[in-house]
Design a protein around this ligand. Structure first.
Ligand SMILES: *Cc1c(COP(=O)(O)O)cnc(C)c1O
Length: 364
């Protein structure tokens, strides 16, 4: 019997009765788009994050696009983000016509290195997308101070960090706005695509509600060019059930991570680096090793799920060739891409499985 990287089947089996009832309730209601489930989920996510507003959209990528649009970011503007993240964090900047500008990462946390951030700001800079990588927040309060000096917007890309904390504050509550993804494999995952934006700015929230619905406040009266980006009622109902479990699931992931940290303390690998002010939700437990090929071969041979997050830093992605970056521009991100390897870390994982995984990681 193998061990998957993430066991969504086991998760579903544990909450099947509640999920099935929620989905059937939506089917029965015959209200499938922009209905009561979505509105209730918006209120619950806003309360969970400690923000005034939450706006549900079709996915986490759209959440970034609509947020950039709502702040008027477009052609001629620069947006600073990390090269060590999922493509969407920078793809969306290009989608709205702006230029992604990368800032290298911290070698311990793998989040953007804030000592380098201010040197990336130019007169064209309009925003910073602060990505909380693998579920560990970066210091958004510090970014907000830098942003205030230069009149910049700060968007938290919290796709991997719902429920994570920094200095007692939840992910999403610190920037001007924050985006979430409920892609199935995220800590709070739908059974399809889904996303959300949170903010304390009610005028931005109103703009986002227009943008997701073809630029309308009133049906068939289009005030601007918008998008079709809505979170459907079935996904909202599923997410409302799962939201009740999120804190206990996140705590369980932290427990698994703690055991890995302990079991791997003497092993010739680098365990995930921790910022003492951050409480991670361990979206992924990512080791670093110079022996990655051999380790992957051992894990795969034993039927143990493993994956590289991320194999190529964004500045070296083919799609961004036009930006003119070269190998060596962001050496810390490049090294992380050569060394990083995720191993299974999810609530349903047993201690026996973790010990088997560790034995295979170290090659005993
Ligand atoms: C998953 C993810 C996204 C995109 O979310 P989708 O819902 O897949 O569109 C954006 N940024 C980061 C950091 C992510 O991990």
């Amino acid at each position: 019997m193998g061990i998957p990287l993430l066991d969504l089947k086991a998760q579903y089996q544990n909450i099947k009765a509640e999920i099935d009832q929620a989905v059937l309730g939506v089917l029965d209601s015959a209200q499938y788009i922009l209905g009561p489930q979505m509105k209730a989920l918006e209120a619950e996510i806003a309360a969970y994050c400690g923000t005034q507003e939450a706006v549900a959209v079709a996915n986490g990528t759209d959440a970034l696009v609509l947020t950039l649009k709502a702040y008027g970011i477009g052609a001629g503007d620069e947006v600073i983000t990390t090269p060590f993240t999922f493509f969407a964090s920078a793809e969306t900047v290009a989608q709205v016509g702006a230029v992604p500008v990368f800032c290298d990462i911290d070698p311990v946390t793998l989040n953007m290195n804030l000592d380098l951030l201010e040197s990336k700001i130019t007169p064209r800079t309009k925003a910073i997308i602060a990505v909380h990588i693998f579920g560990q927040m970066l210091d958004v309060a510090r970014i907000m101070k830098i942003a205030a000096r230069h009149n910049l917007i700060v968007i938290e890309d919290a796709a991997q960090a719902i429920g994570a904390e920094y200095d007692g504050k939840r992910a999403g509550s610190l920037g001007h706005a924050a985006t979430f993804s409920f892609f199935p494999t995220k800590n709070l995952g739908a059974y399809g695509d889904a996303g959300m934006i949170v903010t304390n700015d009610s005028s931005i929230a109103a703009e986002l509600r227009m943008l997701r619905f073809h630029g309308c406040k009133t049906k068939y009266y289009h005030e601007e060019i918008g998008y079709n980006s809505r979170l459907d009622e079935i996904q909202a109902a599923i997410l409302r059930v799962k939201l009740h479990y999120l804190d206990s699931w996140n705590a369980a992931r932290r427990d698994k991570a703690k055991l890995y940290d302990h079991l791997l303390a003497e092993a010739p690998v680098t365990i995930p680096g921790v910022d003492p002010k951050a409480i991670s939700i361990y979206h992924l437990y990512v080791l670093r090793t110079d022996e990655r090929q051999a380790m992957m071969a051992r894990l795969s041979a034993a039927g143990i799920g493993n994956a590289i997050y991320y194999p190529v830093p964004l500045h070296l992605q083919q799609a961004f060739t036009y930006l003119g970056y070269q190998e060596g521009d962001f050496p810390v991100a490049e090294q992380a891409c050569r060394q990083a390897l995720a191993i299974p870390c999810y609530p349903e994982l047993t201690e026996a499985q973790q010990r088997e995984i560790v034995a295979t990681v170290v090659g005993d």
